[in-house]
Design a protein around this ligand. Structure first.
Ligand SMILES: Nc1ncnc2c1ncn2[C@@H]1O[C@H](COP(=O)(O)OP(=O)(O)OP(=O)(O)O)[C@@H](O)[C@H]1O
Length: 711
């Protein structure tokens, strides 16, 4: 049997997080409920659904009221949504709606024509003289109807993709902007990130159009049928019982405020293992020969999941605990047939076989339309939610609050470097996983224009310091001052304009090599001369010449090609086409670092940089490459504040005004190379182990042809 309760424990280990425990396992089909003051937790398969108390406690009337209120609340955003789609192309919008409308109106016309045809035939049969001309007219009318339907269907299929494309691109643009404005902590926080997709816009549009046009169709059918002598208003009213019943009793999560999550270990394990099929893991999986292990772990997790269902939470929620509502709905669906059957028995003189056939036709037509209406309306809540989620994506609140002060301040010389001061700063990354803070009670001051080298063991907090200097994160305790004022007071866009960073986390964009460099200074992204200068400074000039298309080469062109059912021999020509299509080009790790470094040199050309942060950008560079890069960065950043984080710090330390030596999130030592060596502490020991080995073995070799370094 399908398990809708959440298992209290599993062979995969205890659930993580502080979730309330399941209390009721007796009735597998009625979700157990955990009570807290503010919300109730339902355990549905692998999911936990947290619902506000007032939502759960209501009866049918209260639930219907809640649904109505949610619809009223969603109305402004739905109106905005339709307004925007209309603006994208008023002609296509109106045409598509009219074509869709025809599909609904047609059903009434068909009823009318069939009704007429049956009656003409009945009269003909009774009188023994069929009215050929009337029958022909009715048949022609029917033929015209189906022809128009065929044409409108074709036109709808023809026009629909045109509007769909515009809608898709419009909302892709909207979501792209929503993502681009996120700060680091918000972007990294999977729970507050929007789950909206651009394709939801089109499906929501279609589903809302279908539901409202279906309603129009149904109302016109009802208007037509209620005016027919054989049917009348009572018959029509009876036909409405079923949809009303289903609408009122429907269990849906879409319009309810809720939080849903899974902490089922086996389910989460399955998701992780399934994601290992992505191409980015291929190299490691092949090299480590772990495909077999992944498969067996997947099977183990699948077995551990057992009968606990993992389907989407909204479908699970809509499953009723008893079939009573469905039985009632089916009975209600049979009421119209029952009505005319009883009527015919009670007043046989009023009915002929034709009128019974017509009533039967009305009844099944109404039943069909009502079923479809119910089906369409069951998607309305979902569509409202999707539309709201689409717009809410642009309103996700950034965790870092922007300041409003201009930077650089008018009272401070623009060409000077940035002064940075930390006062009792402590910082822990968001999330509960790490037990210790990354930085603990740190205080120091970097005067404007200083050259700072930060050294220390892995995980000692070096990169975290840089992330605070560039306000990727905010301090949780203590203050970070920039030019004497808290960093939070400045406008972030102003601060960013004065900073250049170079880390090994920087990525190559899926754009041309020229753009990859030029985007360091977006306003000059087309300035070939400037780009070539930056490429030279970053050590990437030779790389650009290596490719057939030079700086215009795109390393990772978007691949859209696919072949299907191609036989090696029979479809060789087609296979050749597929093989020749452009493929991804790899560059080495060192070449990537050179391109990224060139982007930083391009950024310097804005002439606004006051702070340069360099965080181990050269791990893949050979000693000469690294030395040259650091030398050029140092010369380019002359007079600005420069902060270097590196493990191979030998050749930088002689220029450093301040060396900050970190250990376990704290500043252990601070001073010049000479001071710290004399102290014979942490820095001196790091220097002796790393810098000397590096300089003696590698730099000495590299410098054999040309003396590059003097420590
Ligand atoms: N995004 C993150 N989320 C959570 N913890 C993080 C994050 N980044 C770093 N940490 C943790 O913060 C601590 C300091 O990390 P940081 O990257 O600053 O060290 P580091 O001195 O630069 O190390 P390395 O020399 O290895 O680059 C480490 O314990 C690390 O695990």
């Amino acid at each position: 049997m399908i398990q809708l309760t959440f298992p209290p424990s599993s062979s995969m280990g205890a659930p993580s997080g502080k979730s309330p425990k399941s209390t009721n396992e007796k009735d597998a089909l009625s979700p157990p409920v955990d009570e807290t003051d503010a919300f109730t937790t339902l355990n549905l398969g692998v999911w936990r659904v947290l619902l506000p108390k007032e939502i759960v406690s209501g009866g049918v009337i209260s639930t219907t009221k809640q649904k109505w209120n949610s619809i009223v609340l969603a109305y402004p955003v739905v109106r905005k949504f339709f307004g925007q789609i209309y603006q994208l192309s008023p002609q296509l919008f109106v045409l598509l709606i009219l074509l869709k409308l025809w599909g609904e109106v047609e059903s009434v016309l068909v009823l009318y024509v069939s009704d007429r045809l049956l009656r003409i035939i009945e009269v003909g049969l009774t009188e023994g003289r069929p009215d050929v001309s009337a029958i022909t007219q009715a048949l022609i009318a029917r033929l015209i109807c189906v022809t128009v339907t065929a044409v409108t269907n074709w036109a709808r299929e023809y026009i629909s993709p045109m509007l769909e494309d515009r809608v898709q691109l419009h909302f892709e643009d909207h979501l792209l902007q929503a993502k681009l404005r996120l700060d680091m902590p918000t972007a990294e926080d999977g729970n507050s990130r929007s789950k909206a997709h651009a394709y939801d816009a089109w499906s929501a549009f279609n589903s809302l159009c279908a539901a409202s046009l279906r309603l129009v169709g149904l109302l016109s059918q009802l208007a037509f049928i209620s005016r027919q002598r054989s049917a009348g208003p009572l018959f029509t009213l009876i036909a409405m019982v079923r949809p009303m019943l289903t609408l009122v009793s429907e269990r849906t999560l879409w319009l309810k405020p809720h939080v849903a999550y899974s902490d089922h270990p086996a389910y989460l394990r399955l998701q992780s293992l399934e994601s290992m099929g992505q191409s980015r893991f291929r190299g490691d999986i092949i090299a480590g020969d772990i495909a077999g292990w992944i498969t067996s772990e997947y099977h183990r997790a699948r077995d551990a999941l057992g009968n606990t269902v993992s389907q989407n939470v909204w479908s699970l929620y809509s499953i009723e605990s008893t079939p009573i509502n469905q039985i009632l709905a089916e009975w209600a669906g049979a009421l119209p047939t029952l009505y005319w059957a009883i009527s015919a028995m009670m007043a046989p003189a009023r009915f002929s076989m034709t009128s019974i056939a017509i009533l039967q036709q009305y009844s099944s037509s109404l039943n069909h339309s009502l079923q479809m209406l119910f089906w369409d309306f069951s998607g309305v809540g979902r569509s409202f939610t999707e539309i709201k989620v689409l717009y809410e994506a642009a309103e996700v609140k950034n965790q870092i609050v922007d300041g409003d002060m201009e930077y650089p301040r008018p009272d401070i010389e623009k060409s000077k470097g940035m002064e940075i001061e930390l006062r009792n700063v402590s910082f822990a990354y968001p999330g509960e996983k790490s037990k210790e803070a990354a930085l603990r009670d740190i205080s120091f001051r970097i005067p404007a224009g200083s050259l700072v080298v930060i050294v220390g063991a892995n995980g000692s907090g070096k990169s975290t310091l840089i992330k605070l200097f560039t306000r990727m994160y905010d301090t949780q305790q203590g203050t970070l001052l920039v030019d004497g004022l808290p960093i939070s007071e400045y406008r972030m866009a102003d601060l960013r304009r004065t900073q250049a960073t170079l880390t090994q986390d920087h990525k190559l964009y899926p754009l041309t090599l020229a753009e990859n460099i030029g985007l360091g200074y977006a306003e000059h992204v087309k300035d070939t001369e400037m780009i070539m200068e930056a490429a030279k400074d970053g050590g990437a000039a030779e790389l650009l010449e290596k490719f057939k298309d030079g700086a215009e080469t795109t390393l990772e062109p978007m691949t859209t090609a696919f072949g299907y059912q191609l036989d090696d021999d029979k479809h060789k020509a087609l296979k050749d086409v597929l093989t020749k299509l452009e493929k991804t080009t790899e560059v080495s790790g060192g070449e990537k670092q050179r391109l990224v470094a060139a982007r930083t040199f391009m950024r310097f050309k804005t002439k606004k940089i006051k702070l340069l942060c360099v965080d181990e950008p050269s791990s893949a560079l050979d000693p000469r490459g690294e030395f040259e890069l650091f030398e050029r960065l140092r010369q380019t950043g002359e007079g600005k504040t420069m902060v270097f984080v590196t493990h191979r710090f030998g050749h930088l330390t002689k220029h450093a005004d301040i060396i900050i030596c970190m250990k376990e999130g704290k500043v252990m030592e601070l001073g010049t190379h000479k001071d710290l060596m004399a102290r014979e502490g942490e820095y001196a020991s790091l220097y002796n182990v790393q810098a000397q080995a590096f300089t003696e073995a590698e730099v000495a070799n590299a410098a054999a042809s040309e003396p590059l370094v003097a420590l």
